[in-house]
Structures are given as C-alpha cells and as structure tokens.
Design a protein around this ligand. Structure first.
Ligand SMILES: Cc1cc2nc3c(=O)[nH]c(=O)nc-3n(C[C@H](O)[C@H](O)[C@H](O)COP(=O)(O)OP(=O)(O)OC[C@H]3O[C@@H](n4cnc5c(N)ncnc54)[C@H](O)[C@@H]3O)c2cc1C
Length: 287
C-alpha cells in the first residue's frame, strides 16, 4: 500500500525543526530512522499531513560518556553505532548487550535509539534497557528543555509524553562505576521482535546489591519494571536462593498472553530463566 499524501519538510537546523512543529501542530510527525514510521505510513496506521525529517539537523548523531559515567545518546545515533560502540562495550553492559540484538543489520543502519523510545512499542528492546538503567529523555521545544524519566515518558502502547511542539533530542543513561548487567532476548528468528526479553542493570558494593534495575520486554501491554524483584534484591548478597526468589518475583510481574510466539506460562518461564542466568553470571564473576 502507498502512504497517504503528506508534505515533506527537511529542516537543516533545530530552530527550523521546532518552528515547523509549532506551525503544523498535530498535523506534523518527526521522521528519524523511519524504521517504524515508514511501515506505519505504508499501512496507513499513521496519516500525518506533514513529515518533519530531522536527518539534516546537525549535531544529533552522537553517543558519549560523561565525566560522571552517564551515557548520552543523541536523537540521530543509529542502532548500528551503538552495536559497534567501544564505549558501551567497556562501560555499559546492558546497553551493549541489547545493541547486538535489535532487529537486523538493515534496520540497525537507519533506526535510532531515541526514535525507538519515542515509538513506545511494547515489544521494543530499548525501552526495557532504559527502564532498567533509570534513563531519561530530554524534550526540546522553543520554550527550552525538560528531562522526563522514561517511566513517565512512555504513557501507553505507542504513546509518549511529548507535547506537540517538542522533539526528543537526547536519551540519558546514568551509569555508575562498576555497573554490571546485560540483556537476554528470545526471538523466533534473527531480527524478530522479542518473544520475551529481560534487562538487568545492577550496582554492587561490598558484595551486596546496592541497586538492581530489572525490566521486561514483550510480556505485557507495555515495558514492565519488576519493582518487587528490584526491592527484594536491594542490600542482598547474591546466592542461589536469592537468585531463585528474584526470578520468581520477575516472572510474577510479567503479564504475557498466549499467542503464536508461545503460551503465557512458557513466556513466564523464559523470564525466570533469563533473570536466573543474568544474576548467575554476576554471581560467578564476583566469585
Ligand atoms: C523489520 C523490522 C524489525 C524490527 N525489529 C526490532 C527489534 O527487534 N527490536 C526493536 O526494539 N525494534 C525493532 N524494530 C524497530 C526499530 O528499532 C526502529 O528503528 C525504532 O523502533 C524506531 O526508530 P526510528 O529512528 O526508525 O524512528 P522512526 O521510524 O523515524 O519514528 C518512530 C516514531 O517515533 C517518532 N520519533 C522518532 N524520533 C523522534 C524524535 N527525536 N522526537 C520525537 N519523535 C520522534 C516518530 O514521529 C514516529 O512516531 C524493527 C523494525 C523493523 C522494520
């Protein structure tokens, strides 16, 4: 199917992009990597009157580590840049693990992390990573900037908290020294969305967990933060019994539905297994 008619705008500065959003209001949609929006246009699930393509806006393609250890990812940083990033490989294990399993190489060449968070697909991988890491989004408009915690940014399936005149310009991932963790994703075939995914971002000191961020992909109507499992792990020293209980609490937090990818029970089992593996790996490394 062909998209419905739209006006195409390709601003060459952030000021121009923001003024186009002001001018066109709810008619306008931002185009970043186009890997979710273009299929939506072709299926006519989205019929914007105006596309504001931000790919010519300079200075948005970065990802970098700040002096406090936090990672900053600009709105035009592609999945591919993160997949190959030495900075992530060295300092941000949860993001590094996810970057290897987003879609396929063609999608990774164009798609962006920030676009993925804006798209707010419950099956999207980056949202689980962001929730586990405590990420925030910087929303920019001609009124200035505001920082929105990812938990509040994603307000429902395919819905985010941006105002009509705002562009998401950056995602911020706090990363303390010694952060550990990872992301495990079950997919039916390479490049598929997750049947189930588990993200873990953890900090430990003195042999005890000081912070655990755990989030699930693909097993509910939205990304799920496993609050009970996180609270349970705080101040605990990892051992087999602790890991088993955390895995049970995470599986309880999942809200999967039986479908062509598997039964609800199977998906819950995958969640428990993946968290057991992720925490077990940290236990083995600490030993
Ligand atoms: C075949 C295929 C397989 C895929 N598999 C996976 C997968 O396994 N895991 C996964 O997580 N994703 C997957 N995706 C989605 C992919 O990761 C997309 O790249 C991502 O969801 C959207 O990023 P984008 O830059 O392409 O955004 P776009 O498609 O350009 O935009 C998506 C939405 O976000 C809005 N938007 C984008 N950027 C901004 C911004 N800076 N400010 C405000 N609004 C913005 C757009 O207006 C639009 O509504 C897949 C896509 C395809 C086509």
């Amino acid at each position: 199917m062909y998209p419905s008619k739209f006006i195409y705008q390709a601003p060459s500065s952030m000021e121009e992009a923001l003024s186009l959003l002001q001018q066109y209001g709810d008619e306008a949609k931002i185009l970043a990597g186009g890997q979710s929006l273009v299929p939506m246009l072709k299926l006519r699930f989205a019929t914007p009157g105006v596309l504001v393509d931000i790919n010519r806006v300079p200075g948005l393609g970065y990802h970098r580590r700040e002096s406090d250890g936090g990672m900053r990812v600009g709105a035009l940083c592609r999945h591919r840049d993160l997949e190959r990033s030495a900075v992530l490989a060295e300092h941000q294990p949860t993001m590094h693990a996810a970057a290897q399993v987003i879609a396929d190489p063609i999608v990774r060449n164009r798609g962006t992390l920030v676009g993925s968070l804006c798209h707010a697909d419950p099956q999207g991988d980056w949202a689980a990573i962001g929730v586990a890491c405590g990420a925030t989004i910087v929303a920019t408009s001609s009124r200035g900037e505001r920082e929105i915690p990812l938990n509040e940014f994603v307000v429902g399936p395919f819905e985010n908290a941006l105002e009509l005149d705002e562009i998401a310009t950056e995602a911020r991932f706090p990363t303390a020294r010694g952060t550990c963790g990872g992301y495990l994703k079950l997919e039916r075939r390479i490049g598929d969305f997750a049947t189930a995914g588990v993200a873990l971002s953890m900090e430990a000191s003195g042999g005890r967990v000081s912070r655990a961020g755990i989030a699930l992909t693909g097993v509910g109507p939205r990304t799920i933060e496993c609050v009970a499992a996180q609270d349970y792990l705080r101040n605990k020293a990892l051992d087999d019994a602790v890991i088993e209980e955390a895995a049970r609490l995470a599986a309880d937090a999942a809200q999967p539905r039986s479908d062509h990818r598997g039964s609800a029970d199977y998906k819950r089992h995958v969640v428990a297994t993946f968290l057991t593996r992720l925490l077990g790996r940290e236990l083995a490394l600490a030993a």
